[in-house]
Write a protein that binds this ligand. Structure first.
Ligand SMILES: O=P(O)(O)OC[C@H]1O[C@H](OP(=O)(O)OP(=O)(O)O)[C@H](O)[C@@H]1O
Ligand SMILES: O=C(O)c1cc(=O)[nH]c(=O)[nH]1
Length: 206
């Protein structure tokens, strides 16, 4: 089994994936969805979070350039960024979706300096809006973004284009298509439900 299949199977095994045929999940983007994948649950499973951190480290080591800092997307990307930063013995920051209205009014927490090369770590990409915002915030501080790495992506038609348009490399450990295969193999969904879910994903207009 490949890492992408293993992590998709792990997500299913720990009950991170829920399906509601009435499309009653609301995503952060406002999209009404028949599926929700709660990757936050992975932090409660040391073996799985370690596998995820190792997969991120492998992806980072395959880059031509080495990062100076690991940046977690608040909130669900933060613990994974911390484990990756620890494995690589690198500094870490985390980036809020917007600046705080009180205190130091920071959007980026931790130390980041001009010219540092960063990797953005996110738990999940739907539209990509949240992680692109984080990458933009880092660039505003004149930090370079080497890549946006996430555990999972839905592979929505427009998402890849959004990252390309912004000039951000994006890569995930696993994705919706792998997960759907796992759900069929485990007889959680039928072939018809698989086809319905894929058609739903493919026709989503952002
Ligand atoms: O690609 P997008 O369309 O932006 O959606 C993905 C984002 O949505 C979820 O976060 P949520 O807003 O639920 O907040 P949380 O991380 O604080 O739980 C998830 O953790 C991603 O950050
Ligand atoms: O788009 C989202 O908000 C979203 C989708 C999903 O499956 N899981 C999640 O945590 N957020």
């Amino acid at each position: 089994m490949s890492v992408e299949q293993k992590i998709a199977a792990d997500l299913h095994r720990i009950g991170a994936v829920q399906i509601k045929t009435d499309h009653s999940f609301t995503w952060t983007s406002g999209i009404k969805s028949p599926i929700y994948c709660d990757n936050r649950l992975t932090m409660s499973y040391p073996d799985i979070r370690e596998k995820i951190a190792d997969a991120f480290v492998t992806m980072i080591k395959q880059l031509d350039e080495k990062p100076d800092v690991i940046a977690g997307c608040a909130t669900a990307g933060i613990p994974h960024a911390a484990w990756v930063a620890q494995k690589l013995h690198l500094p870490m920051v985390y980036v809020r979706s917007s600046a705080k209205a009180h205190g130091k009014k920071n959007q980026i927490e931790g130390a980041i300096t001009k010219g540092q090369k960063s990797i953005v770590i996110e738990d999940l990409i739907s539209t990509g809006g949240s992680s692109i915002k984080v990458a933009d915030a880092l660039q505003q501080e004149k930090a370079e973004v080497l890549g946006v790495f996430a555990i999972f992506s839905y592979g929505l038609p427009k998402t890849k284009t959004s990252f390309n348009e912004e000039g951000y490399r994006v890569q995930t450990i696993t994705d919706f298509d792998r997960l759907i295969e796992v759900l069929v193999e485990n007889q959680t969904i039928s072939l018809k439900e698989k086809n319905d879910l894929i058609s739903w994903r493919d026709q989503l207009v952002l």
